[in-house]
Design a protein around this ligand. Structure first.
Ligand code: GUN
Ligand code: ZN
Length: 425
């Protein structure tokens, strides 16, 4: 057992449902076999474990590990291509890079870079858009298992309108998905996600095959994109004979409580109702929506309709792995929406980066907050004392203000330690 003594901030009760930031400036967390076995004043926790090591983390702020609900493994080298809307960016930037993962040795390098980027940004759980190549998905799972990160991922499938090397058939998509899931799902912290790229690049037959895989793979998740860009939305309506975008997934058995759809910037009321009724979650990706000019996320409408919302970086449409940056950008965009926006506090941002993601990924029993019974997935924010963030935290008006400064100024360089299941990375 190890006892961590720390300033801890987390959001056990959803701030969108009346919860507030939980803050304790000097609390002890006992961690046994990767789980938090006790939490309280040091003397109390110590009484149950007089001989165990105490690790003093009070020079920083301890947060739950971040949960990124939408991030693309093959796009780590595509981050930062500015100036294009979605379909042009896919064609000219993202997809040429994705095609390179056909080469397994290239995929090895990308997997290492990807997982390094993810974990050094404090992300300990992620729903990861995999590769179009089963060999490259194997590589990702192999590396993720070695590191111990909580990854849900799968084979990305498409059968139209993308470059030829990335296309498959419904039969092959089903077979390769089921084979990969049999090899990896349930291993350590790994799970399988059936992953049609987006309805734009998937025929009805391919979506049917995905629906069959989703049904046949025990414990499977499903992820895709929806309503991201107005041109894309119009094309999907045309390709599917006027069906709504969310409806294309619903019609093929892909919408449910284990489904996470990224973006949803341009939903109709009926689509929001469909999402709410199904229990599916939406991954809001603020820097991507800004960078690709996709639009302003209607958070208020999602909340009003009771749609679950979490957050994702959408690397490489998004501008990096930092969930702190995503939180800040989410705040900016809601603020710019004026009366139409949702005023976000730092507690909302932490919730979106942690507990909301854990909820969307069905991991709420294990991660998202630093309470007794949860896994010790945590990140220490410990900036240089004389950096603007170090100074800001020290002079903050209180914990909510300190957390706001962490979102405003924090970068991966300020995250000095990351634990998953009690293990320091
Ligand atoms: N829609 C289909 N593929 C992608 C992708 O790679 N990134 C984003 N942002 N949207 C997509
Ligand atoms: Zn994406």
């Amino acid at each position: 057992m190890t006892i961590y003594r720390a300033t801890v901030l987390d959001t056990p009760v959803d701030p969108f449902q009346g919860g507030t930031l939980r803050s304790e400036s000097d609390v002890a967390l006992a961690v046994t076999d990767g789980r938090i076995s006790a939490r309280g004043p040091l003397a109390e926790v110590r009484a149950g474990a007089p001989d165990d090591e105490i690790v003093d983390l009070r020079h920083g702020v301890l947060l739950p590990g971040f949960v990124d609900t939408h991030v693309h493994y093959p796009q780590v080298r595509a981050i930062g291509a500015l100036g294009m809307p979605l379909l042009d960016w896919l064609q000219h930037s993202a997809l040429p890079e994705e095609a390179r993962l056909h080469d397994t040795s290239y995929a090895q390098q990308i997997a290492a870079e990807f997982l390094h980027g993810l974990t050094s940004a404090g992300t300990t759980s992620a729903l990861v858009f995999g590769s179009h190549f089963a060999s490259a998905v194997d590589v990702l799972f192999t590396h993720a298992e070695a590191i111990g990160v909580r990854v849900t991922s799968g084979l990305v499938v498409s059968d139209r309108l993308l470059r030829d090397e990335l296309l498959t058939t419904p039969e092959r998509a089903y077979d390769e998905s089921v084979t990969l899931a049999a090899r990896w799902a349930g291993h350590d912290r790994l799970r399988y996600a059936v992953t049609p790229r987006f309805s734009y690049s998937c025929s009805a037959e391919l979506l049917d095959a995905c629906g069959a895989a989703y049904k046949d793979i025990t414990g499977a998740w499903c992820t895709s994109h929806v309503n991201e860009n107005v041109t894309e939305v119009a094309e999907v309506a045309r390709l599917f004979g006027g069906s709504s975008y969310v409806g294309t997934y619903q019609d093929h058995g892909l919408l449910g409580a284990h489904t996470v759809l990224a973006h949803n910037v341009h939903p109709t009321e009926a689509e929001l109702d469909m999402l709410a009724a199904s229990g599916a979650a939406v991954a809001h990706c603020p820097t991507s929506n800004s960078s690709l000019g996709s639009g302003m996320f209607p958070l208020a409408a999602h909340l009003q309709h009771g749609v679950r919302v979490a957050m994702g970086t959408d690397v490489g449409g998004g501008t990096g792995f930092s969930m702190l940056k995503e939180g800040l950008q989410a705040y900016f965009m809601q603020s710019l929406l004026g009366d139409q926006g949702v005023p976000l506090t730092s507690a909302h941002l932490l919730h979106l980066a942690t507990t909301a993601g854990a909820d969307a990924l069905g991991l709420r029993d294990d991660v998202g907050e630093l309470s007794v019974g949860k896994q010790f997935d945590a990140v220490l924010v410990a900036p240089e004392a004389d950096s603007p963030l170090g100074v800001g935290i020290r002079h903050a008006a209180g914990p909510d203000d300190a957390l706001a400064k962490i979102f405003a100024m924090g970068t991966p360089a300020d995250l000095t330690q990351v634990w998953i299941g009690g293990r320091l990375l």
